[in-house]
Design a protein around this ligand. Structure first.
Ligand SMILES: NC(=O)c1ccc[n+]([C@@H]2O[C@H](COP(=O)([O-])OP(=O)(O)OC[C@H]3O[C@@H](n4cnc5c(N)ncnc54)[C@H](OP(=O)(O)O)[C@@H]3O)[C@@H](O)[C@H]2O)c1
Length: 301
């Protein structure tokens, strides 16, 4: 089968399209014929060798979320059949013709493949963080990185809870944030004053989906406390005594199936920035690493 493989850590140029052995499912797994795989920033962070505790080691096939068609079923799997269209997390690299998976849910027939591939990480992460923050109706949330794939979903889920959301993004994304239901503010120098101007009573909780150094100003805007501030991306969290919420598994799969249905109904958006052929994975990683995507980058094996 075709797969994107890297044999050393480094820049996007280490990604190569190769012929590799097809995987076959073990107990509890299915095999997907991958129709669309989503690119996540963690994929380039692992590829750079920045996260030695994560990822498959070397050689590696990147990618952990995809949508595809079940074409083999492992021992003990009773709820999936050959031919099922599904989306979810892959156990083997998703940037490939075939991938093994345990945690998948049905893809609604009227949900496009790219959006299906883009949903699992963004929805699971943002739902997990809003739960951790205990965000309630009538509260005000400050969300750093609101124009990103994860942050954009965070805005929509928070608005659906009845919260007021102040989202940070570059000015080019402010109309987009308004369309999601957030009050946009520009990040960078002077952020605290801009947030106070739109939230004179202060913010009840902070969700940092950007990881770009906004934790100290978040503490300031929370009145000096680290309570109800959660980051998913800023390694400074530990030193500041702020909660870092890491990786996956925090939500039941039924919730992800529910988000897929909402997306199929047009009630949850995960914009697709661009869909690339599998061979162009390096270009997709360059784009991801630049850090200013408004939504998801997709690979089509
Ligand atoms: N811990 C977890 O469970 C978990 C799960 C998923 C993702 N993550 C991490 O969360 C981060 C976001 O992931 P993603 O998939 O949403 O990435 P993404 O789609 O690439 O989002 C990038 C966004 O960040 C915004 N941004 C860049 N600099 C910023 C700044 N200084 N302040 C505020 N926003 C800024 C950009 O907005 P502009 O274009 O407007 O600048 C862009 O929309 C990544 O670091 C990823 O690794 C963690």
């Amino acid at each position: 089968m075709k797969a994107i493989v890297y044999e050393e850590y480094g820049g996007p140029e280490v990604l190569r399209l190769k012929e590799t052995e097809e995987p076959h499912p073990g107990p509890g797994q299915v095999r997907l014929k991958v129709v669309a795989a989503a690119v996540n920033p963690i994929d380039y962070k692992i590829r750079r060798g920045w996260m030695p505790q994560m990822g498959p080691g070397l050689p590696a096939v990147p990618g952990s979320e995809a949508a595809g068609i079940v074409d083999e079923v492992g021992e003990g799997v009773t709820d999936r059949s050959v031919g099922d269209e599904v989306l979810g997390w892959t156990d083997t690299g998703a940037y490939a013709s075939y991938a093994l998976a345990t945690n998948v849910v049905p893809k609604p027939a009227d949900l496009d493949w790219e959006t299906a591939a883009a949903l699992p990480v963004a929805t699971e992460t943002s739902a997990r963080v809003l739960d951790l923050l205990g965000l309630k109706e009538g509260e005000t949330l400050l969300l750093h990185g609101a124009a990103g794939a994860v942050g954009g979903v965070g805005v929509q889920l928070a608005v659906a809870r009845g919260a007021t959301v102040i989202g940070t993004a570059s000015p080019a994304n402010h109309d987009y944030l308004r369309s999601l239901g957030a009050i946009p503010v520009a990040y960078g120098e002077g952020l605290a004053d801009r947030v106070r101007a739109v939230a004179p009573k202060g913010v009840d909780a902070v969700y940092d989906a950007a990881g770009q150094g906004a934790l100290p100003v978040s503490i300031e805007l929370r009145g000096g406390t680290t309570d109800r501030i959660v980051t998913i991306a800023d390694p400074a969290a530990a030193d500041l005594g702020i909660t870092f919420s890491g990786g996956g598994g925090g939500r039941p799969l039924e919730d992800i199936a529910g988000y897929a249905r909402l997306a199929a109904e047009g009630r949850l958006r995960v914009p697709i920035v661009r869909s690339f052929p599998l061979a162009d994975a390096a270009e997709a990683h360059e784009r991801s690493e630049a850090g200013h995507s408004r939504g998801k980058l997709i690979l089509r094996p």
